[in-house]
Design a protein around this ligand. Structure first.
Ligand code: GUN
Length: 264
């Protein structure tokens, strides 16, 4: 099933779960930046909420808001019983310590799964695992390669693949090209999140039954491009756009619903 078909199907299921809850789930999205990518993500999140009959609101703040003022706002929502979930859109300005912000959100309301005490997982890695499992892709004992070591994707992705019993390797900007070629040629699952358009291309050889999950979102003159060249000679490659972005948004609402059911 394509990602679009899967997301459509799962959204219908989530809609029914939302209807069965005692009250509508509520989410606050706090945004303190003005970059276009964040605006696009938030627009997508709000659109999904509407479809799922979830009460999601955006609090748009000035990008120069001080760290203390932002912490005060988070505390206010932590204490507000009418709010189930809190998202602080990243990245934040350089004058703000993102780690402090992540730790300030109550782990009970942490839809992003960024807090170390949160029982939920970050949305992009969790969304990817959910989709791979739905497609019956065997993970246990397979060679998984994660390219990129960000806190939002690379590191938590590697952790989840390890939990699924993959032989998991993280490659990154300091990995030599020779080693890249070696690990990629032996990989069954490749998750790429390095923000370099068409980095995975024909310089590399691939197992023909490999799966490539493309997390890249590169805005170029030719539109939205992934980190992988289209139509690599592999068994499955997720598209950009219409790929991992949709899985992330879905996982976000899976997390929020878990919070509402008290399963977090
Ligand atoms: N910025 C890019 N992706 C994300 C995400 O998943 N959560 C938050 N809070 N900010 C992001």
């Amino acid at each position: 099933m394509t990602i679009k078909e899967y997301v459509l199907k799962r959204k219908q299921e989530l809609k029914n779960i939302v209807l069965s809850l005692k009250r509508k789930p509520s989410l606050i999205i706090i945004n303190a930046n003005e970059d276009e990518a964040s605006k696009a993500y938030i627009k997508g999140k709000l659109k999904d909420a509407k479809e799922l009959d979830i009460d999601a609101k955006l609090l748009q703040l000035d990008k120069n808001i001080s760290q203390n003022d932002l912490l005060d706002i988070i505390k206010q929502y932590n204490d507000d019983e009418s709010i189930d979930g809190i998202i602080v859109q990243l990245p934040l300005g350089k004058h703000i310590d993102e780690e402090k912000i992540k730790l300030a959100i109550s782990p009970l309301k942490d839809v992003d799964g960024f807090h170390p005490l949160s029982k939920l997982n970050p949305c992009t890695p969790q969304g990817i695992i959910n989709y791979l499992k739905h497609e019956n892709i065997t993970l246990s004992s397979k060679n998984a390669v994660v390219i990129g070591r960000s806190n939002i994707v690379g590191k938590p992705m590697a952790k989840l693949l390890l939990k699924e019993n993959c032989n998991t390797t993280i490659l990154h900007s300091k990995t030599t090209f020779e080693d890249m070629k070696f690990y990629i040629s032996h990989a069954d699952i490749i998750v790429i999140a390095i923000g370099k358009e068409s980095f995975l291309d024909n310089r590399f050889s691939y197992k023909k039954d490999a799966v490539v999950v493309d997390v890249g979102i590169n805005r170029s003159e030719n539109g939205l491009k992934g980190d992988a060249l289209k139509d690599l000679p592999v068994a499955l490659q997720t598209p950009v756009p219409g790929g991992v972005g949709l899985l992330t948004r879905l996982a976000l609402y899976e997390n929020l619903i878990q919070i509402c059911k008290g399963e977090n």
